[in-house]
Design a protein around this ligand. Sequence first.
Ligand code: NDP
Length: 510
Amino acid sequence: MPAKKPAKKAGRNLPEKYKNYIGGRWVKPASGEYLENRNPADTRELIGLFPASSARDVETAVEAAAAALPKWRATPAPKRAEILYRLGQLLMERKEEYSRAMTREMGKVLKEARGDVQEAIDMTFYTAGEGRRLQGYTTPSELPNKMAMCVRQPIGVCSLITPWNFPMAIPSWKMMPALICGNTLVIKPAEDTPLSTIHLVQAAEEAGIPRGVINIVMGAGEDAGAPLTTHPGVRLVSFTGSTETGRLVAIEAARNDKICSLEMGGKNVIMVMDDADLDLAVEGTVWGAFGTSGQRCTASSRIVVHQSVYRQFVDKLTEKTRGLRVGNGLRSNVDVGPVINQQALDKILSYIEIGQNEDGAKLHLGGSRLTDGELRHGYFVEPTIFTDVRPNMRIAQEEIFGPVVSIIPCRDLDEAIEIGNGVKYGLSSSIFTRDVNRAMTAMERMETGIFYVNSSTIGAEVHLPFGGTKATGNGHREGAMISSLDIFSEWKSIYIDYSGTLQKAQIDNQ
Ligand code: NDP
């Protein structure tokens, strides 16, 4: 992503200048420079100025995290959990304030921003409970008078690099398990949404997180993110974002001997069978395709519909989509907010053009930027439907990350599954059917990390594994305790021999 506008010299009404949080202090970036953060629904509104950090800030942040590590890892996990419980409580108390701020900085409609903060609350309480578990296991040894067990160990300093579309939820998915496992961390939020992550860190500070355990360094990916993938003091890089950036992160992590977990893009599919409740399927499509203006990694961007109900489905979807109100997400009657920035707007409009030029696909509804009245100050795109899309077209293969949905006809379940799986990504999929056999067949054969029956492709809950196959991830899962603990802890196997002799495994008992 190109760097944001550097801040101009401030005038009379000084906008708030935010700082990095390093070693328990809010500090200016080494460069002394800041980036503007503007409301995507109305770019006249400046949210604030945020540090344009660089490798120098990363250096101090990693040092602070390393210095805090010995004490934090020695703190009993139930004690670490007490801080998380307090943090969860603070987030609950400030849910409305943080949600409103999130809508202003990110654009998603207020009820979805509340969902984002709620997810962070759920994750915080859920993880706090793990403070009294963090279970390892015991197992018999092959030798007599010998005990074998394994325990989870902290990894060390973790760097967390996060995207803008869930600016509090995604940092919480990484931060909470990293903390409960006894790691210290440096987080680099997306430059488009630093404020929501600052709120999470401020609340953690108030909840009593010791100095240096959490550090936040803001700025552009290339300047503040990249050094977090190479710094020798960092042991683990946990990244969520696009597949393109994730690949760069993975290469740097591998070059520098770091553990690396990646959550990346998606091209998710809803399959609508001829026996489906069509009204429900339409509702699920509207929510999945246009919720968060299509800017969710799990957004339903392809709808594969059985040919015998295809026309009926398209008619119903068209009617429902026409009823959506696009505008500033702070207004209670708005369903769809803006997209995040000019670059996203350009990308989405260029994909709409690509779709129109693809032989056979029809631009059925929408397709334009909205500029009426106040909307001209923001990045608004009409909810857009392409019909008669073929599975190999670019709009059906590539992640558009905007309110654009492709409707693809199919003959039967087998073809729907083939189309559904025929992309490089593997995050989420769903089927609408009343036939349990079809639902079970699809469940078994879909190559995605998440699968829904009679629901949209979005709506994950924190206590189930979250992540995807193929180009969506590198095999890790966030969320659900066991899988996220597996990212943020390392196993230590322990053998205790109380036989009084030197017993040799694989040799003594041949
Ligand atoms: P990006 O890949 O553009 O950015 C993600 C983060 O990486 C940002 O903080 C960015 O900083 C940073 N970054 C950019 N370049 C580098 C670099 N060279 N080294 C280190 N860090 C870097 O993704 P977006 O923010 O645009 O988010 C949208 C993408 O995220 C979509 O593809 C979506 O599918 C995916 N996503 C995946 C999820 C999942 O769980 N599978 C969940 C949510 C989103 P900056 O933005 O400041 O430049």
